[in-house]
Design a protein around this ligand. Structure first.
Ligand SMILES: [Zn+2]
Ligand SMILES: [Zn+2]
Length: 362
């Protein structure tokens, strides 16, 4: 099969690999599409750790082609979204229902859950990102990460639910449980930020302030009817503007969908006393944040989410239903489509902030 393989920092090329076979508890998926996420860029550029060679891509959508031993809930022909969340169903977080932070997850290890790889080129092991590697014709994924969805849903449009879109939707709907009538700040109007706005709007937020330094992304957020206000600002300038838009109080919720130096501080400064700030992503594992403690005396709350804190098998089918009912304009966010051969170009364009949400059609 053909796949986009990275053999060094900044290097990625299409290679021919052996067709993979699923192990116990795994399924082989014929990929129809894959979303492109900032994490692919971060790994490619060496900002997040990973072994090499590695097949990037972790937002796969496709059709089950082969089922491994012990898989009972999926069958050949099922339409699936491949989530980055792989739950073991038996560790303490999984038993609490917090499967996004499963202790047996292997996100950046490059292997499957048992520590071995499924992809090979001759005798060489090839790693995958998030037990997936979706910039390829096929992926082998743990059955717990392959979420069956309704067959009338378009697999070429919904791959982003594997990571970015579910992260944004889940941040607003599951982690923050945004209340109707709320004011919401979203820092970063890329794919994840726009999905956060969709989630907040779906729950009835009436003021949604999008903040980004890229004007074209803000224009998109307005045009899609997701943001009620946009601010092309950062730092204290953005915080002051949020105050002006929220009666001098600050917003009820702020989401940091950027994770760069200073953005989480801005999120916390943007909320009112008792408000909630949510860290959604991190651009670079070395980024740290500093907070003044007085805000916490004013009962401000700060939390984070991994992958939107969703339970994939429970929440992704709901997101698909909401999309099919026209309540989440997910595919309107897609502004670039690529072939597998164009993956290197696609990652470059995302890194350069030229696109909002790209999809590879396989
Ligand atoms: Zn991602
Ligand atoms: Zn677990």
């Amino acid at each position: 099969m053909r796949a986009a393989v990275s053999r060094g920092v900044g290097e990625i090329a299409i290679e021919e690999l052996a067709d993979p076979r699923p192990g116990t508890g795994e399924v082989k998926v014929r990929l129809v599409s894959s979303g492109i996420c900032h994490t692919d860029v971060s790994v490619l550029e060496g900002h997040l750790p990973s072994p090499r060679p590695i097949v990037l891509g972790h937002e796969g959508a496709g059709i089950v082609e082969e089922v491994g031993a012990g898989v009972e809930d999926l069958a050949v022909g099922d339409h699936v979204i491949c989530s980055i969340i792989t739950s073991c169903h038996s560790c303490p977080p999984c038993l609490r229902g917090e499967v996004a932070i499963c202790e047996r997850a292997v996100a950046f290890a490059g292997t499957m859950l048992d520590g071995t790889t499924r992809l090979r080129r001759a005798d060489e092991d090839v790693h995958v990102l998030f037990c997936q590697g979706s910039f390829a014709e096929y992926a082998v994924v743990p059955a717990s990460a392959a979420v069956k969805i309704r067959e009338d849903a378009p697999l070429d449009k919904l791959a982003g639910l594997g990571c970015g879109w579910s992260t944004g939707l889940g941040a607003a709907i599951i982690r923050a449980e945004v209340r109707p009538g709320s004011s919401v700040v979203v820092i970063g109007a890329g794919g994840v930020g726009l999905a956060t706005m969709m989630g907040a709007r779906a729950l009835g937020a009436t003021t949604v302030i999008a903040i980004d330094i890229a004007e074209h992304k803000l224009a998109r957020a307005l045009q899609l009817g997701l943001a009620t206000h946009t601010l092309a600002a950062s730092g204290s300038e953005a915080v002051e503007a949020v105050r002006d838009l929220t009666g001098g109080r600050g917003a009820d919720y702020a989401f940091d969908a950027v994770g760069a130096s200073g953005t989480l501080e801005s999120a916390l400064q943007s909320i009112r006393p008792g408000g909630l700030a949510v860290a959604i992503g991190v651009m670079d594992a070395s980024v740290t944040a500093t907070f003044d403690l007085f805000g916490f005396l004013m009962q401000k709350r700060l939390t984070g989410t991994y992958a939107g804190s969703i339970v994939p098998g429970r929440d992704i089918p709901v997101f698909v239903d909401l999309y099919m009912q026209g309540k989440l304009p997910l595919d309107d966010v897609i502004d670039a489509r690529y072939s597998l051969d164009e993956v290197p170009k696609a990652l470059g364009q995302l890194a350069a902030n030229e696109i909002t949400k790209g999809v590879v059609l396989l």
